[in-house]
Write a protein that binds this ligand. Sequence first.
Ligand code: OOB
Length: 551
Amino acid sequence: MSTGTTPDAPGYPAEFAERYRDAGWWQGETFGRMLRERALAHPERIAIVDPAGETRRWTYGELDERADRLGAGLLALGIGKGDRVVVQLPNVAEFFEVVFALFRIGALPVFALPAHRDSEIRHFCAFTEAAAYVIQDVAEGYDYRELASRVRADVPGLKHVLVVGDPGEHTALADVPAEPVPFENGPEPHELAFLQLSGGSTGVPKLIPRTHDDYIYSLRGSNEICRVDEHSVYLCALPAAHNFPLSSPGTLGALYAGARVVLAPRPSPDVAFPLIEREGVTITGLVPPLALVWTEAAAAGTPYDLSSLDVLLVGGAKFSEEAARRVTPALGCTLQQVFGMAEGLVNYTRLDDPEETIVTTQGRPISPDDEIRVVDDEDAELPVGATGHLLTRGPYTIRGYWRAPEHNATAFTADGFYRTGDVVRLTESGHLVVEGRAKDQINRGGEKVAAEEIENHLLAHPSVHDAAVVSMPDTYLGERTCAYVVLREGAEPVKSPALKKFVRERGLAAFKIPDRIEFVAAFPRTGIGKVSKKDLRAAIAAHLAAATEQH
Ligand code: OOB
């Protein structure tokens, strides 16, 4: 039996697929059928609450019908099974209408983030040969219709731009739905459901092919561990398209459980706290910098009643032990650390773990079939307690990126383990502690920046001879980006603000613009002549520490 292998990406070898089915991890579900079953079981129950403007409350029945009607309309536009559709929406109810319509007809959402700009969106549309691109008209003051017009001019294959709100020169999403039709060629459980984005360490973000079977298993597992059931109310405070709020246990986990999803247009306490009180939110997930802001806001005293909140998940970047200890006293809920990745593996501390485990570890895997290896630089397995590279394989971890055979050859071992790029230690209790990172990536409070991607943008400047982007410590975000630049001899000298502006104008997510630029005559080198990023990181860290001491 086929296992999700396509010409575009390797799937699970047959013996593994069989094992995961026999073990009951893969239960032959699809997202389209899952929503239909929930809608039949409890049509009147609220599925989605969108508080922007006049609060909208969509029932399971309504969401199901909308997905059917939009699916029919998309088919009528010529969008069908296997086609890619780049979805770039903020936290609005239509996000779910769109993705479930695509799930139903077997078209693959490509989950862009609202922060992405020309450079990323152009790449996603061109690389995936997208049939359509779905946007909101304007969000947070940014006009996505203009972005779409520019992308369309560059990517002629992109046939449809569908807009939530005022479409301008494009097509209104509201005009697409049609009379429901039977979706005869719907996706099978082992087939792809969507393409998720990797945080990445390469020049452009890689695409992660996830199947219905594997992703739904991660939801079911997450729900059990996070105790999400039909009484839960999940607040989606992070961007809905990201893997963490989507599936850990996230909005899709909540919908799987027949629970309620409340969308926060922004994650700040002034928006989220009143929603927690009004909607009786029981569980939510945040990146560490936001968890700190919430903790401080609650500790300072808030007029809002947060007592419904049972669980706060924190992940996406390392949460410091000191900050972790303050969560429960301030917010009155249980902290659950989550260390996950869009490629698959997700680890959680358990709700009944001892406090020491909750505040000092990043949890343990969802599945008994998640295989964990901690290895040295030569891939030799290390004893429990030693720090090394984390490799993993399992029932919801991909076996290869989409259309990336060369990269796959090094990103995975010959026997299919994914090289996470994370440096970890395994405790006796089987929990993982994240100690660092070997991949060339900066984790800016959960937002991932691939050094090479930014270096390429810097190198496009005529005065730049060489560039090396590294992390620098930051009390709020954990890390920020520092770009070291060597200027071209004899070229027009350029200053930091002008170079940042140059990068910004190339059109990329604001979180990727270097926070700091340092000009140097030459880079430190390693023994074999490579740029020593370790030395650069140490230099900027020392410089910042000295500067703080002087104050
Ligand atoms: C989540 O997914 P991605 O794909 O944006 O980033 C994955 C990477 C990991 O490889 C690791 O480097 C880092 O983010 N990370 C953490 C962490 N959680 C993620 N590093 C330290 N401590 C943690 N708790 O970020 C993601 C996906 C699903 C659930 C949660 C996070």
